[in-house]
Design a protein around this ligand. Sequence first.
Ligand SMILES: NC(=O)c1ccc[n+]([C@@H]2O[C@H](COP(=O)([O-])OP(=O)(O)OC[C@H]3O[C@@H](n4cnc5c(N)ncnc54)[C@H](O)[C@@H]3O)[C@@H](O)[C@H]2O)c1
Length: 459
Amino acid sequence: MTTNLSLLDSSQIQEFVEKKSLKIAVVGIGRIGLPTALCFADAGFDTIGIDINEKLVNMVNSGDYPLNDEPEFDKIFDKVLEKKKFSAKTDITKVIPHSDIVLLSLPTPMNNQNIPDYTALLNVGKNLNGLLSNGQIVIVESTVEPGFIENELLESMEGPEKNLKSGIDFHLAVCPETANPGEIMHDFKKLPRLVGSIDEKISPIVSALYTNVFGVELIPMPNCKTANAVKLTTNVFREINIGFINELSLLFEKLGIDTYTVIEAAKSKYNFQPHYPGPGVGGPCLPVNAYQYLNSSKKIDVNFLKIVQDARKINESMPSHVIELLEDAFSESNKSLENSTVTILGISYKPNVHDVQIAPSEEIIKLLTQKNVKLKIYDPFFILENVFGFDIEESLSAAVVDSDAVILITGHKEFDDLNLENISNSMKKPILVDCTGKIDPIQAKSQGIIFRGIGRGQT
Ligand SMILES: NC(=O)c1ccc[n+]([C@@H]2O[C@H](COP(=O)([O-])OP(=O)(O)OC[C@H]3O[C@@H](n4cnc5c(N)ncnc54)[C@H](O)[C@@H]3O)[C@@H](O)[C@H]2O)c1
């Protein structure tokens, strides 16, 4: 039998939390859900992860840690499996009726028309309708646009006939996850969390639970939509600023100004927040979050947020700009890009993660393929995997040898100290396009490399 927490007073709730007497279910054990579930289990709560990905569930249950680019969780994973505090299942119907708290960490991507796709949350919401009964608390950690919880998810959980009542049969809250891939442990320990709920008496219970597990500050929000707006605002703020610096980079390239020198000096002003140029903005968060806000605005039939539309357009145009830089370098070397061999270094959407969701590299690869370029691709996080239809090279040197040009797309740690002399010696009349700002243009030129870099105005 589960515990109806909403009927308890605050000292009773505290006692339940401190005695770890609550059973936790985490639906969706991907990049965010698995580390979250591991933290609840490590804090002493019996935790079950639920996922439709059978392979992932089997992997987890057989002790095979699936997130190798997410440091520190591997040890917790081994520990909680050994203590039998955590396991995974595919069948939601067996778990939810015995869970006091249900966390939803489901994907919220967008479709190919850039419309946010909340199918996973809505489907699970519908399933929960037949499984909740005793005032269990459902906490949505997924990123959604403001109003989605109140207007859509709540309806799917209550059912068309309203056979379940929010506030009685179940309670709905949000605690949007804000961690950065590759740094999730650091962020879990440091970042304050936001809590909003449909039924205000639930927020203190969620706060008590999350404080117990993560030990971070909990910031109460007046409702779910405000909490979701905060999460989107932090990410879309970055999207807009990166769009601004990318567009400035295009100008500075023409004016012969080095963008990195400008940013470095601008940082001396206390209220300047540095953002850096790049080949576009990818990943499961920033681009999607921009479209989630645009969708919010479209739903109420207003054309707000032109600045977000513009930033998206600029950021989406950066892969084409990378090709322009490459073509410019080829014309300086009197070689033709068509039928040449180009090496790509780094395909992840950001440094030091094994993730190519909405990665700008995909568009750059597509554009190069259309120009009949032969591609060699190396990424230390994808060695010998097949990505975008290409077999990834086994080493940097194998990828570079006999190439006409290199494009450094993702600033992985492994590319911090590229040996330009070696690269230059193993290539044919070397060309290097840097999208990361890691390469010093003067040093590259001193190695006889024809160099171009995003935002690197040629002086
Ligand atoms: N990855 C990030 O950087 C990040 C950071 C903060 C917040 N978020 C948000 O967290 C949420 C989850 O993102 P993620 O990166 O962990 O996604 P993910 O794709 O890594 O994981 C989602 C998991 O849910 C599972 N799933 C899909 N449909 C399901 C269903 N019907 N029932 C059970 N399981 C199902 C998938 O198999 C997958 O394992 C998203 O809303 C995302 O925007 C992501």
